[in-house]
Each structure stands twice: as structure tokens, then as C-alpha cells.
Design a protein around this ligand. Structure first.
Ligand code: NAP
Length: 528
């Protein structure tokens, strides 16, 4: 597979006149061939026009047709694992084996979301039949379901070059919901993006889908992303990245003449509350698990445990001492981009200067994109006084917060901002008394983890990967992982007193799609 370095605008190529940029190899600290050409505003408009033209075709596709397309994309990704993983590891410094497994973890959701599209549960089809002789007024026939929003723009994430990039969870769920997709490729892995984009385009053509089903636009600056977001034909946005970037996009979308939803997954500190009984029972196991979770991917995971909350005691101090020993001995890793490395260095340097904060582990960082663990400690009072200590430092850095007792631990929990996850480690004898803490944490996070660690997000029907602001831009009402991710790309439409032939097939009496529907208050797959 040869790289051309130009955007895909439908079945055509983007303009050759945009600004040039190259990928970067963080391991070698050197640029990588070939040259990529940024898209232009003309490309943005053409991609949006094509997507808008394709939107009614996508809305009319059956779930089975969307499933066929998504399975084809998944199969193609898996077939091309070797070439895809090789380019991704060069562009991101993510080890080859993880790139390979991430391709499998991208194919899985494509298939799962395709099945969800075919099953159609997410449509939430509901029927209330008419009661013409109801007094004092006749009751009309009401039938409602989710309809696709239309063209969706996806911003690829730097830290998941497959699973949250061109064919990742946002793209897969938008297609499954019946929306054409325009991807703004992340400039940190343009070659990987192009390779995956070629496979999606092949699948579009092989399935006979319209030209505007998919476009992929390159840009090394924010201009193209902003133009896509502001284009009147774009109806929703999916984003994974920084709080700064996600918030800027959400604000710009809200300021459009027609505001549109932005589903941004942003910063998260993922607090881990460790109770004394848990330490008494299994301090070494918790220490090993926490170390592994915090160091995974050089700490560049949105579920990285960034805040460790403990009650001060001799065993707890021993636990932290053992953990910091392991952290200090951890080898330097290579971060995804020089920009992320720069943010990490600046964030940790700034935290070092905060009053009442002490460095407890500091590895050495020699390579240009290298990062080693930098951990801090503070007390609960200082933590609550200084808002900057609640902010995520993306990379291998966490903050230990010392509490006097269980009451102060709950105060810290109440003080937390929204997170994707919150974890509770408890001993057998203290588990039952933790209802109060769990209730506080349930108001703060989208996923609560019990006696485990927050990293590792299974893609399933029940998974929730979202949380209150600032972890997401929509108040945590949605998830970007799991089959409920499809709901983000739909809106409810109710048909009142419609004739059978004008209803979508999903709402027709015969139930030709075999959907599970709520008919007069009863879930059923029966025809009416
Ligand atoms: P980012 O700076 O938020 O960028 C993500 C994508 O959004 C890029 O394509 C970027 O384009 C675009 N973008 C950013 N700001 C924009 C704006 N105002 N208007 C239009 N487009 C915009 O994230 P990143 O480059 O991946 O990493 C930077 C930081 O993000 C990290 O240091 C970390 O703090 C955070 N991060 C968080 C997660 C997470 O899982 N929550 C994942 C990755 C990164 P350009 O690159 O062309 O500017």
C-alpha cells in the first residue's frame, strides 16, 4: 500500500495546494516520508456537500446493509494488520504488538456496532396505537424511533491510532447509526490514517455505497477542523483529545447559527480510593496493579489513574514508599508526539512549584520524546484549596492525596470534578459500609471500578466511557464506547397517524425488520 499524502474527498483527491507537513517518528526524533498535503476550504465544502448528498441514502439503508459494510471494513483492517501496525508504530512509538492488538480491538467494535445496527434495539422503536373512541378526545396513533442525524465529523485521537481514529469507535458508531462520516486525520499519524482510509473507501465501493459516505481530510493546523465544525451541512462531531481542544470545539459548535452536538471525550483524573482494609489484605497486589495501570502506554490513556486517595497510616506510607520505589526504577518510555512530551514536562514542572506539593518519584528523562514517572503528594486540605491539582497531567504522572480519615476521604470525593472512571479498593470487612462513598463517586464518574484498576475499556453492550464535565462535553449523558455509542448520532422522530406505506419499515405493522418494539407498553417482536 503506497501513501499518496493527499486527502480523500469522497472518491476524489483533495487539493494539491494545501500546506505540506510530514509525519514524525518520536523514537528516532525525525520526520518520516512522504509529504502530506493539508486539505483546503474547498475540500471541506466538497466533503460536506457529498456527505449531505449521501445522508438520505445512509438513512434508508437497512441495519443489515450497514452491518455488511462494517464487517467488511473490520475484515480489511485485520487482513492488513502487518502494514498498518508497522506504520503506526513508526508514527506513534506505540510498540508493534500493541498496535497489532489495537487493530483487533478496532475490528471488534466495527462488528459489534454492525450487529447492533442490524438488531436495531438502539432505534428504541415505540408504538402506541390509536383509540378512536377515547373520550373526551380520540387518541391518535403515535410511532417513534431514532433517525440518523446526518453528516458526522470525527477528530482522530493521537493516543489510539486505530481504536479512536479513522475507523475507530466514533466512526464505527456513526456509520452504524446511519450517518456519513468525514474524518479530520490526527496529524500525529497521517500515514496510518491514509492506510485505514483506503480500506474504508474500498469497502464503500464494494458495498455500492454513495461517494459521500466517507472523506478523510489532512491538516497540520486547526483550520480545517474548525471549518468542518462550522460547515452548515455538518450535524454532529466526535472528538477525543485535550480539554482545551474539546472545549474549543464545543464552544464553536454552540456559537454556530445552528448549534450542533459535540461529543468530546477530554481530560480525566480517574481517582482511585484505597481504603485501609484493602491495604491490610493485599497491599502488594494493589501496588503492582496500580503501577502497571499508571505506566501503561507511558501513562497516555484517558483512563490513567491520576489521583490516588489514601488515609494516612504507617501501612499506607509503606505502600506508597514501595510504589514510588517501583516508579523510580521504571524505564523511560517514548511519548506519542513532541507536543505531548512538551505538555507533560510543562505540567509536571508547574506542579512541582505548587505550594504544599512534594515530588515523591522522579525518573530521568533523556530522549527527546522520552518520559518517566513523575509522581506527587499533597494533603486533602491543600488538594481542595488548589484547583490546578484537580487537572489531568497527560502522561506518567499521578498525585497521592493524603486524608486524615474516612470523613476527609469523602470530602475529597465530593470536591472532585467529573471523570471517566472512579475506583474503590476496599477490604472484605469494610465493603458494606462504603455506600456513602460509592454514591458520591457515582455522581462524579461514568464507570465505577471495584477492587480493580481503571485502565482497560471493554467494548460491550454495558460499557460506559463518558462522565461529567470536564471528562466529556455533554455532561456525561453519553458513552463513546459500547453499543450505546450509536445513540449519539440519532435523534427521535415521532410519526402521528401515519399511513402504513409512509412509515419507516421499522415502525410498520408487519415488523418486516423483526425489531424488538415497545407496543402499547409491552416489549415484543411480534407483528401487529
Ligand atoms: P488535541 O490537541 O486536543 O488535538 C486533538 C485533535 O483536535 C487534533 O486533530 C487537533 O488538530 C484538533 N484540535 C485541537 N484543538 C482544536 C481546535 N481549537 N479547533 C479545531 N481542532 C482542534 O490532542 P492531542 O494532540 O492528541 O494531544 C494533546 C493533549 O491532549 C495531550 O497532551 C493530552 O493532554 C490530551 N489528550 C487526551 C486524550 C484523552 O484520551 N482524553 C487523548 C489524547 C490526548 P491539530 O493537532 O492539527 O491541532
Amino acid at each position: 500500500m503506497k501513501l499518496d499524502g493527499v486527502s480523500f474527498v469522497g472518491f476524489g483527491s483533495g487539493s494539491p495546494n494545501g500546506a505540506a507537513f510530514r509525519a514524525f517518528d518520536p523514537t528516532l526524533n525525525a520526520t518520516v516520508e512522504p509529504v502530506f498535503i493539508s486539505a483546503t476550504l474547498v475540500d471541506v465544502d466538497r466533503a460536506a456537500q457529498l456527505a449531505a448528498a449521501a445522508a438520505p441514502v445512509w438513512a434508508a439503508l437497512s441495519g443489515a446493509e450497514r452491518n455488511r459494510f462494517l464487517r467488511l471494513v473490520a475484515d480489511k483492517l485485520v487482513q492488513h494488520t502487518a502494514v498498518l501496525a508497522a506504520r503506526a508504530t513508526q508514527e506513534t512509538a506505540i510498540p508493534l504488538a500493541r498496535c497489532e492488538s489495537e487493530i483487533g480491538r478496532t475490528a471488534g467494535p466495527l462488528r459489534l456496532y454492525g450487529e447492533a445496527a442490524e438488531r436495531g434495539d438502539w432505534l428504541d422503536a415505540r408504538i402506541e396505537t390509536a383509540i378512536p373512541d377515547r373520550k373526551p378526545l380520540p387518541k391518535p396513533d403515535h410511532r417513534s424511533l431514532m433517525r440518523p442525524l446526518g453528516p458526522v465529523v470525527v477528530f482522530g485521537a493521537s493516543n489510539f491510532p486505530f481504536a479512536y481514529s479513522v475507523a475507530g469507535g466514533d466512526t464505527a458508531s456513526a456509520f452504524a447509526a446511519g450517518c456519513p462520516v468525514i474524518v479530520k486525520a490526527h496529524p500525529a499519524h497521517p500515514g496510518t490514517s491514509e492506510l485505514v482510509g483506503v480500506l474504508i473507501l474500498q469497502a464503500v465501493k464494494e458495498c455500492g455505497l454513495p461517494e459521500g459516505s466517507f472523506s478523510l481530510l489532512f491538516d497540520a493546523s486547526i483550520e480545517i477542523g474548525q471549518a468542518l465544525l462550522k460547515h452548515p451541512l455538518v450535524k454532529a462531531v466526535g472528538f477525543t483529545g485535550s480539554l482545551h481542544g474539546g472545549r474549543a470545539l464545543a464552544d464553536a459548535a454552540a456559537a454556530r447559527p445552528e448549534p450542533i452536538p459535540v461529543y468530546a471525550e477530554m481530560g480525566s483524573v480517574n481517582p482511585v480510593f484505597i481504603l485501609p482494609g484493602a491495604l491490610a489484605e493485599r497491599a502488594a497486589v494493589i501496588g503492582d496493579g496500580l503501577h502497571a495501570a499508571a505506566m501503561l502506554g507511558v501513562g497516555q490513556f484517558c483512563t490513567n489513574p491520576g489521583l490516588i486517595v489514601l488515609q494516612r497510616s504507617v501501612p499506607a506510607e509503606d505502600f506508597v514508599r514501595a510504589l514510588t520505589g517501583k516508579l523510580t526504577a521504571t524505564a523511560e518510555g517514548t511519548m506519542l508526539t513532541p507536543g505531548i512530551r512538551k505538555n507533560f514536562a510543562a505540567g509536571t514542572a508547574a506542579r512541582t512549584q505548587q505550594p504544599g506539593v512534594k515530588v515523591i518519584a522522579q525518573g530521568s528523562m533523556a530522549a527527546a520524546c522520552g518520559a518517566a514517572p513523575v509522581w506527587f503528594e499533597t494533603d486533602a486540605v491543600n488538594f481542595q484549596r488548589n484547583h490546578t491539582l484537580s487537572e489531568e497531567i497527560f502522561g506518567p504522572s499521578s498525585l497521592v492525596v493524603w486524608c486524615k480519615d474516612a470523613v476527609e476521604m469523602r470530602d475529597v470525593a465530593r470536591h472532585l470534578e467529573g471523570s471517566l472512571t472512579a475506583t474503590l479498593q476496599a477490604g472484605k470487612d469494610e465493603t458494606a459500609q462504603q455506600g456513602g462513598l460509592v454514591a458520591i463517586l457515582a455522581a462524579k464518574a461514568g464507570r465505577l471500578v471495584f477492587n480493580g484498576f481503571p485502565t482497560g475499556v471493554d467494548v460491550s453492550h454495558a460499557m460506559v466511557h463518558g462522565g461529567p464535565y470536564p471528562s466529556t462535553s455533554d455532561g456525561g449523558r453519553s458513552t463513546s464506547v459500547g453499543t450505546r455509542a450509536l445513540n449519539r448520532w440519532g435523534r427521535l422522530v415521532c410519526y402521528q397517524n401515519f399511513s402504513e406505506e409512509l412509515l419507516p419499515p421499522e415502525l410498520q405493522n408487519a415488523n418486516p425488520c423483526g425489531l424488538r418494539r415497545l407496543v402499547n407498553g409491552q416489549w415484543t417482536i411480534a407483528a401487529m
